[in-house]
Design a protein around this ligand. Structure first.
Ligand SMILES: [Zn+2]
Length: 414
């Protein structure tokens, strides 16, 4: 139904525009260059026949595909982000197309000996015989989340060209700065006007997610006392040793490298320190709200204990919530997940429903009043040089969007 060549051409036209976001910038979008793709997308949405195409002063894009049925149907939305991760460069992306993948090593870059190998990335083998798009080994690809954008635009175009497919009002939303955690921040949920939406921002084909972590960040400051080492007896307090005590008092196995599934963790991701002052940066993650609160409590208790032990306030711990598990907001409207699952089944896609070990724009949007599960966009190995996407998965995702639109119009549920 949807041509491979067409999808490839559209996808490449997006990934070859650099849209890397920048966590150190305070503006929206965080980088000026995100406008390059944003403006192009707004034009393209108009060109394929979308209505009310709007791009606001922060580069958030919204557009409407009007209903083509007479009865009342819930308004649904599809959302993606057009920035790419600052973890790896997104400048001068030079996509490679591997037709009929043979299941062997893919040489991304001969000169630098960069190889995408199924020995390491076993997922590759499930795409034997398919068309893969990879990097040239020197940049990320940007399938996260330009694959999602490509799928949404292609689905809207298909629905416009095939009015025999009946659907309600469909809203499209494209955001900047998701990769730096701000994609939802300036998203105007009211203006969007959908009853619910889906982010097309998952990974492998079949993924359907409505649970994510509860998340907090902790900054632990330890104050020491610097004294000349030759005269330090009973005077010097070395903040780095106290920091080590703090670190070692947290459960060593409850860390990202030792946990999976629904297991939560403490993650120490940065230390800066000298004798006088040491700062520890942690993130705290747990799907379960009670466990999440308990983890924060562990850190507070440990701070008090060590302060008591040292007879003075040496440790100052500040914990801030970052985002919450969208499950709480999605479960009361579980039919929105059921419809996506049904759409996949009708398209012979095996739904992979699992809890995200992270957050999505959708989790924030769900708490802003727009319940928003996440659907696969098809890519793998996000945020790095080994990122790739099977074109067949992008086509399937496009079909899932069309099918959801169709099912929602068939079974009006509010
Ligand atoms: Zn993404």
């Amino acid at each position: 139904m949807i041509s491979k060549a067409h999808i490839i051409k559209r996808f490449i036209s997006y990934v070859t525009i650099d849209t890397e976001s920048d966590p150190n910038s305070q503006t929206t979008p965080s980088t000026e260059k995100q406008w390059d793709l944003a403006n192009k997308l707004a034009e393209e949405l108009k060109a394929i026949g979308m209505q009310d195409v709007n791009i606001d002063e922060n580069a958030y894009i919204m557009a409407t595909l009007p209903s083509n049925v007479d009865h009342d149907v819930p308004t649904i939305g599809f959302i993606s982000h057009f920035d790419t991760s600052p973890d790896f460069t997104g400048a001068n992306v030079n996509p490679q197309i591997i037709e009929t993948y043979d299941g062997k090593d893919i040489i991304l870059n001969e000169a630098e000996n960069i190889v995408l190998s199924p020995d390491y990335f076993e997922d590759l083998l499930q795409y034997k015989g398919q068309t893969l798009i990879t990097t040239d080994g020197t940049t990320l690809l940007g399938a996260d989340d330009k694959a999602g954008i490509c799928e949404i635009v292609s689905a809207m175009e298909y629905l416009i060209q095939h009015p025999e497919i009946k659907h309600g009002t469909i809203k499209v939303g494209f955001t900047p700065d998701e990769e730096i955690g701000r994609g939802a921040h300036k998203f105007d949920v009211e203006k969007f006007g959908a009853d619910w939406a889906y982010t097309m921002d998952g990974s492998q084909i079949g993924e359907l997610e409505y649970e994510n972590f509860n998340a907090a960040g902790a900054v632990v400051k330890i104050k020491g006392k610097i004294v000349h080492p030759g005269y330090a007896k009973d005077k010097m307090i070395n903040s780095m040793y106290i920091a080590t005590e703090f670190i070692n008092s947290l459960p060593r196995l409850e860390t990202p490298e030792h946990t999976e599934g629904y297991q939560g963790f403490f993650h120490l991701h940065n230390i800066e320190g000298d004798v006088e002052e040491t700062t520890l940066h942690y993130i705290i993650r747990d799907h379960d709200m009670e466990h999440f609160e308990a983890r924060k409590e562990v850190m507070v208790k440990l701070t008090t204990e060590l302060n008591t032990q040292y007879g003075r306030e040496v440790i100052f711990t500040e914990i801030k919530d970052q985002y919450f598990n969208m499950r709480e907001k999605v479960e009361p409207v579980m039919h929105i997940v059921d419809i996506a699952e049904e759409a996949m089944k009708q398209l012979d896609i095996e739904p992979l429903i699992k809890a995200i070990r992270g957050g999505t724009d959708g989790s924030q949007l769900s708490y802003m009043g727009l319940p928003c599960p996440n659907i696969f966009a098809g890519g793998h190995n996000f945020h790095g040089r080994f990122e790739y996407v099977p074109v067949e998965s992008m086509i399937k995702a496009t079909e899932v969007i069309c099918k959801i639109a169709e099912l929602v119009a068939l079974k009006p549920i509010k």
